[in-house]
Design a protein around this ligand. Sequence first.
Ligand SMILES: Cc1cc2nc3c(=O)[nH]c(=O)nc-3n(C[C@H](O)[C@H](O)[C@H](O)COP(=O)(O)OP(=O)(O)OC[C@H]3O[C@@H](n4cnc5c(N)ncnc54)[C@H](O)[C@@H]3O)c2cc1C
Length: 480
Amino acid sequence: MFSERRYDIVVIGAGLLGCFAARNLRRWKVSVALIEEREDVCTGISRANTAIIYSGYDHKPGTLKAKMTVQANARMDQLCRELDVPFSRCGSLMVSYGEKADAILKQKLHSGIQNGVPGLRLLSGPEAEQMEPALAHGVRSALYAPTAGTLNPWALGIAAFENACQNSADAFLKTTVLDISAVCGDYCVKTDRGNFLCRAVVNCAGLASDRVQKLLFPSPVSLSINAGDYLILDKTSRPMPRYILQYEPEEDDKGISVVPTVEGSLLVGPSERDGRPDYATDTEGLSFVRRQLRELLPDLRVDSVIRSFAAARPNPQRPDGSSIGSFVIEHPAHAFWSLIGIKTPGLTCADELGLYLAEKIAAELDADENTAFAPRRNGIPGVRGLEFAQRKELVQKNADYGEILCPCEEVTKAEVLEAIRRGACTVDAVKRRVGTGMGRCQGARCQQKIIAILSQELGIPESAVTKDGKGTEILYHGAS
Ligand SMILES: Cc1cc2nc3c(=O)[nH]c(=O)nc-3n(C[C@H](O)[C@H](O)[C@H](O)COP(=O)(O)OP(=O)(O)OC[C@H]3O[C@@H](n4cnc5c(N)ncnc54)[C@H](O)[C@@H]3O)c2cc1C
C-alpha cells in the first residue's frame, strides 16, 4: 500500500485495449501507469474471443470503425513483426447456402469495396468448394477476403504489455480502481493500493468500462452482458480447413466462425445466449456450435474437441435499452477517455485505437514526441518447429532447452522459466506466454511440473500456486 503516486496518465484495465493504449502513449513524453485488478494481463474479453483479424467489409462505410479496421489490417504484418507475434494471413470465406445469405454477402461486398478492402471477391459456389473442399456441398456463393487473418489475441496483448513496460510504462497488477475524482484540473484515481494523481485517464475496463466512467461522469451508455460458447478441436482434426470460414445461415441465427489458429488447432464459435460474465460454458450453446459446425464441415471429426470455453460480450445500450452496436468512444471531459463496449473488431483495432487515443491525449496535454520510443519486443524463443541443428544450438546455450515439459506443444523448461521471469505467476499465465497445456492433453502431463517450477521460482509452496487468480504481488519491471 502506498499513499499517493503521480503520473501524467493512468490507463485503467490491462486487456488488449489498455495494453495498446499504454504502449502508444509512451510514444510521447508522458509518464504512464497501467492499472489492472487481475494478477495478469488479458484475462478478460481479450482472453476469450474469435481471434480473427478482420479485413473490414463488415462495417458501415465512412465510419471510424470501418476506416480503422482496414488500416489496422494493412498494418498487421508490421505490428506482428515488431512485437514478435505469429500472424497467419490465411484469408476468409463467408459462405452462403441460400437466397437470404446471398443477398447479405452481396451487401457486404458492396460495403467492403467502399471501405477499400483489398482483393475482396464474390465467388460462385463451385469456386468456393474448389478452394475449400471440406465445405458441405451446395454452397451458393462465398465472399473471399484474402487479407483476413488470425493470431493469438493474448499473445498480442502480452507483447504490447511487455513493450509498454520496456518503454517505461509502470504496470500495477492486482490493483482495483475504486473511485475517481477531479482535483484542481487533475484526476485522482483511488485504488485498493493507494491513490494515483494524474492529468489524464484512459478507461479501458472492458466489461466494467461503463461503471468506471460513472465513477466520475454520467455515461449515456450502459453495458448489458451476454455470452457465447466456443469449441477448440485438436490440430490432428481432419479435414482441417485452410481458410477462416464464416457461416451465414439462412435462419435468423447468428453464424459461427471456424478459425484454423496459428497454433494449428481449430477454433469454432461462438453461440449467442443470455449469460453471466463468469465465463462458464452452456450445454445448449455448445450444442448450437456443434450443430452449425456439422452443417458447414460435415466430414470434420467433431470428437477431436479438446476444450470448450465461454466468452462475455459487452453490448452498449442507450438509457432506453436500445442497442448502439459497438465501438463507443466517450470523451466526457478534458483528458478523460473511455472505450465502452468495443466488441468485434477490438482485437483487430487494438493498436489503432491505442494510437488514436494517444494522439488525442498527447494533444490535450501538449506532450512532445518521445524519440526514444523503441517499438520492438522479442518473444520467448521456443523449440517447436525447429530443425534438430537449431534445437541443438539452443540446448548448447541453455541446457533447459533440452527438457521438454509440455510434450503436446513441445514447450521446454527454458521457455517456462523465461515466462515466469517476465511476470507469469499462475499456471494459466505461463500457458498464455508459452502455450503449455494448450494441446491434446490440456495440461494433464505438464501441469504438475509447471506448478513445481512456479513454486520454486516464486518461493511459495506448491499449494499456494493457482491455475488462475492468486499470484504474487507484481510491479512489472519490463522484459528483455
Ligand atoms: C465473443 C467475442 C468475440 C470477439 N472476437 C473478435 C475477433 O475475432 N476479432 C476482433 O477483432 N475482435 C473480436 N472481439 C473484440 C475483442 O476481443 C475486444 O475488443 C478486445 O479483447 C478488447 O478487450 P478490452 O481490453 O476492452 O477488455 P478486457 O480484455 O476485458 O480488459 C479489461 C480489463 O479491465 C480490468 N478491469 C475492469 N475493472 C477494473 C477496475 N475497476 N480496476 C482495475 N482493472 C479493471 C479487467 O480485469 C480486464 O482485465 C470479440 C469480442 C467478443 C466479446
